[in-house]
Write a protein that binds this ligand. Sequence first.
Ligand code: BDP
Length: 722
Amino acid sequence: MMQIWNRALAALALVAAAVLASAVHAAPAHPADEDGYELWLRYRPLPQAHAPRWNTIVFDGAPSATVRAAIDELRRGAQGMTGKDLALGTRVTDGAVVLARAGKLPAGVDGAGLADLGREGYLLKSATVAGKRVTVIAANDDIGLLYGAFGLLRAANTGKPLDRLDERSAPKLQLRVLNHWDNLDRSVERGYAGQSIWNWWELPDVRDRRYVDYARANASLGINGTVLNNVNSKPEILTAPWIAKAAALADVLRPYGIKVYLSARFSTPLELKETKTADPLSPEVAAWWRNKADEIYRAIPDFGGFLVKANSEGQPGPQDYHRTHVDGANMLAAALAPHNGVVMWRAFVYAAEKPDDRAKQAYDEFKPLDGKFARNVLVQVKNGAIDFQPREPFHPLFGAMPATPLMMEFQITKEYLGFAMHMAYLGPLFEETLTSDTMRQPGGLTVAQVLEDAAHGKRPTGMAGVANVGSSRTWSGSHFDQANWYAYGRFAWDPQGSARAFAEEWATQTFARDPKAVQGIVDMMMMSREAVVNYMTPLGLHHLMDTGHHHGPGPWVDNLGRPDWNPTYYHKADRQGIGFDRTARGSNALAQYAPALAARWSDPRTTPPELLLWFHHLPWDYAMPSGRTLWAELVGHYDRGVAQAEELRTRWERMKPFVDARRYDEVRERLDVQVKEAHWWRDASVAYFQSVSGLALPPGARPPARSLDEYKAIRFPYAPGH
Ligand code: BDP
């Protein structure tokens, strides 16, 4: 009996083994689990046909730390993509990657145009040198070689033909900067990715290896500056212990071409009790800042400069002494000028005491100051006139201060677009702003052109992005939020780039090279921001988020200390209609735009529907181009947003075969949250606007799941980032 059993079991085991074996052969190899730490710098094996045939890295001379970083990255990339290490050499062989500074190009390699590419630009060329097939990375400076190395790895990683390379690239903006809103206690204002990556307590002695990976990621995009601390700054950051900490970070970041900047609190000397005032015109104060700058530059010889939030949201500034932004900025600029440092002076100012439309205040304060700032001051302007909303028209200051360098400020961390929980690829938002025509010049003048300042080549240019980087293993709090860091960096390099192209690069490098996967993921990314606009703030509505933490809907909030913090201030919904009248009949914010544009947007019929309620207060039964009433259209947008969130989840399910189980599940979990919260946003908003309009729901529209009072009662006492 026993034997029979044994034989039966053995036979069963054989069958099972055979089934298992065939299953193993039949199933596609599923990618191994990943945690996202490698970002887009994943160098996975390439199929033979596309794999680079590199075997040596040739560099003539003693490599600097920057060249060593380039060599290390090329070796890392080659190892990952081909399984082979690259030898270092000085003689050109078949399959060599030649790193060459201008003047040291191998004979026969055409370096035409290199001189025009500046310090940071590079050429990538397939060439034949002394009968050997080589790949040349050429640049005027070592940092260009590092950027070129990353460019070459990106080309390989995204399947570009490597035997016909002929690429030239140079950044169109000079300062490409991340703004960390990181506090000295390691919390992060509007941070949804854990703590600050700067471990201030352990610095300067302990230098987390992660700082190097941060530097690599930024250098791979061409980001060349980082403001280490929050714009809501503390005086201590400018004291000796913190300067030493910043200097340690600067040492780590320097080989990667990244300069360190600090946010300076305007009242620092006064608060440290080292002066009796912070008045920018006081000689004592100016001398204090000069000495401070000298002290910083002794520790950090290539220190970038100061970012300043002054007279904004309660921060101190020159106006406390009846001085102007120019007085304040130029005083700091004078302290930095001997060291070639810059001041990035923020135009994000508004005051509750002013009864005027908040959207107008930055323009009103800054436009008259055009041309008065010192040469090393950039005025840093948010993309829109309110505050990083899911959609805003471009800020009217762009194009309106032709004699002042304007620097763009985007927010990469998604304070108003679902934190790190909702998928919202910001590429289309960046692109929409950058391609907007300010109409300030015959033939057009886009925001990107204003930033590039083509007409005045000699002045500094730049772009800032409020970072979404933290201590989270994924860096950005979620896998897809990494794409926003990526796209920001690529747009800072080329403000005329394309959101879709950047998404394709990112998805290919980050997730999978299969064209079906890339197409599927990119399509999701490209629809995701509009989905958020639809279920949060459609048709030009804005700032409807709940108080303080800005998580979830709060269109009913009307009890805050300042009127311009209340959502009711922004939507102005009543029994008759909805929207902010910014035409001549209302706040006339439209007059801040070029006349031709103001004329176009002053008529609701010629205002793009996506900006309609930003500029117009309209009756609920206003007839939309679709033939529906405004009310029906509004509810329709909320419904579409919910459907799009659901669509994102369905599309992700189709990506399952292409993505490792861990990242698949982690994204999927968040998409479940997004669907749930899209419903919440839609239902709470519809319930509220219905209570105001008193209108019945359009035919077929689903009634909100809960009562308005239930939505109003929801609280989030420990929401992150606040
Ligand atoms: C708002 C944020 C606030 C920032 C402010 C700013 O809610 O935390 O301090 O912008 O940019 O969006 O200064």
